[in-house]
Design a protein around this ligand. Structure first.
Ligand code: ADP
Ligand code: MG
Length: 231
């Protein structure tokens, strides 16, 4: 159920993750936590349709696999139904998972999904990863790596050396993606890791990229708290 972590590692919750990324200068889609069905409906109306509902649980790492994500909800009735559906899916697929609530997110308009990640290598230390998201990363493993800290030059190379760069440049009428913005975000993640060495893993998957700007809709941060227990 829970992914195995070294004993002293800790996955930050969704709210802390969003806050840290925003502090690092990485835009995150509007997200609110609902603890009951009616609250999910009222938050959806506040955020504005269409919305996405997602399970919030420290025990659910792959939310879609657990039936924990419902996207494209266009009205209150759909939100109420999605809420019940998510809770029952998760209870069935991951019995015993602690459920903290359901996140209500604004539905990001379609763009090109990319991934920015960070992890540590025993030999080289912290490194950053960039690639296309969705099936591109799962099937084609079209990703590239650099040791942190990355320079502006590294970031420019990373974006250009993936096989899918043509997709970022625009194909079949799709808008060309804001590549300089992606380069800046790679550097921001690198800076964030340098300033926060307690962060051992970070995954922004996906970041939805547009002709102008980009927005993260899912992220995960794993830290190793210091001796003082400070997060
Ligand atoms: P997980 O990776 O845990 O399965 P995600 O939060 O990444 O869950 O959601 C799964 C997929 O749903 C994403 O890869 C993305 O394609 C889509 N998605 C999630 N949230 C949004 C959103 N706010 N707007 C648009 N699409 C979204
Ligand atoms: Mg995801």
């Amino acid at each position: 159920m829970t992914e195995q972590q070294p004993k002293n590692r800790l996955m930050l919750d969704a709210a802390e993750t969003k806050k840290l990324l925003e502090e690092a200068g990485i835009p995150f889609v509007e997200t609110r936590l609902a603890r009951a069905k009616k609250e999910a409906a009222s938050l959806s109306r506040e955020i504005g349709f269409p919305v996405v509902l997602k399970i919030v649980s420290p025990d659910v790492v792959h939310k879609s696999d657990a039936g924990g994500v419902k996207a494209g909800l266009a009205n209150t009735a759909q939100v109420l139904k999605a809420y019940t559906g998510i809770i029952s899916n998760v209870k069935r697929k991951l019995p015993g998972a602690r459920i903290e609530g359901i996140a209500v997110q604004k539905m990001a308009r379609p763009g090109v999904e990319v991934i920015i990640g960070m992890s540590e290598d025993a030999q080289f230390g912290p490194f950053i990863m960039f690639g296309l998201g969705g099936i591109w990363v799962e099937v084609l493993k079209d990703i590239t790596f650099r040791v942190i800290p990355v320079t502006a030059w590294d970031a420019a190379e990373m974006v250009r050396e993936i096989k899918g760069f043509d997709i970022l440049r625009g194909y079949r009428g799709q808008e060309p993606i804001d590549v300089p913005f992606l380069e800046k975000l790679i550097i921001k993640v690198s800076d964030f890791i340098e300033k926060n060495p307690q962060v051992k893993e970070l995954d922004i998957n996906p970041l939805v990229a547009y002709g102008k700007g980009a927005v993260a809709v899912d992220a995960r941060i794993i830290i190793e708290p210091s001796m003082e227990g400070a997060k």
